[in-house]
Design a protein around this ligand. Structure first.
Ligand code: ADP
Ligand code: MG
Length: 456
């Protein structure tokens, strides 16, 4: 076995995974050696090692066997390729990286302007499946969206995608539109925000235009973003109801996004709500640690930068709320480094996060504790009191963690706020939650939900 065989493996894998996945996990892998028993593969960092071991080993073993390699196991060893970079600021591919990183939408504006003729309500060409990283929080939504590209109008109609801010709803539903257009450039794919729909409709009434009712009814795929904005707009709901029926009857695909599920959108008329539930409803959850890492690495790679693993880990640990913030943090880091001609590292990342994390002053420790207690349906006295029941201890620990992560209180202060004398309790609790957030989906979700409430 030699290097060429590893390239064969890479070639085959590239055909089966998305471009982003391939770039993230396989780009800097290389053949290290073969002693008849072990195949040794070099991987750039601990994340890639983990992914290859857990997710891809079976596939890799299969391809090697198919190619006649006789071996017992494959070993993934963290081993960087001899660096081609490391001279001053040249870690960036070009000087224009900053601009393109900061406004990636500009980068694609050429592509999208070419398309404006075909898509009056323009899709952003940047929002593709290839650029979308799939993780445990969004895999269901991703799978449903891909199915729609294969069977538009028949498989899941309508598709209703809901989830919090910045989690990739717009990206994903537009990716469907882009993929449909790639397959069939003549398809009528309309993307509109609900706000636009509302405004156009109101305008048509004001100026007594007749044309509106037919406006979206010739769509093959109608994508309507942020349906929660239809709240309280009865006439618009009625209009949308008719548009919906016309399209649905003609087996045209309808995709809707919202920040909440249909039954939680206030004042949605019953008939519209029931129609939204006819097809498939999927949610998008905040990304887990591995997904955040993958997103950071991929987006950095796109900018021509390889971030050191400790730096990626730091960002992924400290920016958990949503993907938009994650991108924002990364862009800030890259911009900061490019302006100074330095390479990103852990120290710089820490400095930036600390600065941007000067959290709103109006949030008090008491509010954090109250929100946590309320989330777990506990009395404030319980969480502050001496009880050590399991279902009180965890909320208490989470409250301590949040006091630390959101308000940056010192450990003695954290302890004091929760009525504890010993600050090592606080250290232990914060440590524990920090670890569990990575390992335990349920705890992660609790923390995210409480944090959202705190800032709501
Ligand atoms: P939402 O519509 O849910 O508020 P967006 O779709 O606008 O969120 O996503 C916010 C940003 O995060 C966008 O720049 C988008 O490209 C990026 N993003 C979201 N999810 C992903 C993902 N899974 N992989 C890569 N980028 C993502
Ligand atoms: Mg959106």
């Amino acid at each position: 076995m030699d290097n060429a065989v590893w390239h064969t493996v890479l070639g085959e894998i590239e055909l089966t995974v998305s471009r982003a996945t391939f770039a993230t996990w396989f780009k800097n892998t290389h053949f290290l050696g073969y002693d008849g028993g072990n195949v040794r593969v070099g991987v750039p960092n601990v994340f890639a090692k983990h992914q290859l071991e857990v997710k891809f080993n079976q596939q890799i073993v299969g391809i090697l066997k198919k190619n006649g390699v006789k071996f017992e196991s494959v070993e993934y060893i963290i081993h960087s390729l001899p660096s081609k970079k490391s001279t001053g600021s040249s870690y960036l591919k070009s000087n224009s990286t900053l601009a393109s990183t900061l406004s990636s939408s500009n980068k694609y504006s050429l592509a999208s302007s070419k398309l404006t003729k075909k898509t009056p309500h323009t899709l952003n060409r940047r929002y593709t499946f290839d650029e979308f990283i799939v993780g445990s929080g969004n895999d269901l939504a991703y799978t449903a969206c891909q199915a729609i590209v294969k069977y538009p109008g028949t498989k899941y109609n309508p598709l209703f995608v809901y989830g919090g801010v910045g989690l990739g709803k717009t990206h994903l539903i537009q990716a469907v539109g882009n993929a449909v257009l790639d397959k069939n450039p003549d398809a009528k794919v309309y993307y509109i925000s609900t706000e636009t729909f509302v405004n156009e409709f109101l305008e048509s009434i004001r100026f007594k235009k007749k044309s509106f009712s037919g406006k979206y009814r010739d769509a093959d795929v109608l994508i309507v973003d942020d349906m929660q904005f239809i709240t309280g707009k009865e006439k618009t709901q009625e209009e949308f109801f008719h548009t919906f029926n016309a399209l649905h009857q003609a087996n045209k695909q309808i995709i809707i996004s919202s920040d909440k599920p249909p039954k939680a959108i206030p004042t949605l008329t019953e008939r519209l709500r029931s129609r939204f539930e006819w097809g498939m409803t999927v949610d998008i959850q905040p990304p887990d640690f591995e997904t955040r890492v993958a997103i950071l690495q991929t987006k950095a790679n796109v900018s021509g930068v390889t971030l050191p693993p400790d730096c990626v880990e730091y960002l992924a640990t400290h920016i958990q709320t949503n993907i938009r913030e994650l991108e924002g943090g990364l862009n800030q880091l890259l911009a900061y480094c490019e302006m100074r001609g330095i390479e990103p590292d852990l120290q710089i990342a820490m400095g930036l996060i600390e600065n941007t994390r000067s959290r709103p002053r109006h949030i008090t420790p008491k509010q954090v504790i109250e929100r946590t207690a309320r989330h777990f349906q506990l009395d404030l006295d319980d969480i502050l009191g001496p009880k050590r029941d399991k279902d009180i201890v965890l909320p208490r620990q989470i409250a301590m963690y949040l006091l630390r992560s959101e308000l940056h209180l010192s450990f003695p202060k954290v302890a004091k706020e929760l009525g504890r004398k010993d600050h090592t309790t606080a250290i232990h609790s914060v440590d524990k939650i920090e670890k569990n957030i990575r390992l335990d989906q349920i705890i992660r979700q609790h923390v995210n939900e409480i944090r959202d409430r705190i800032y709501a």
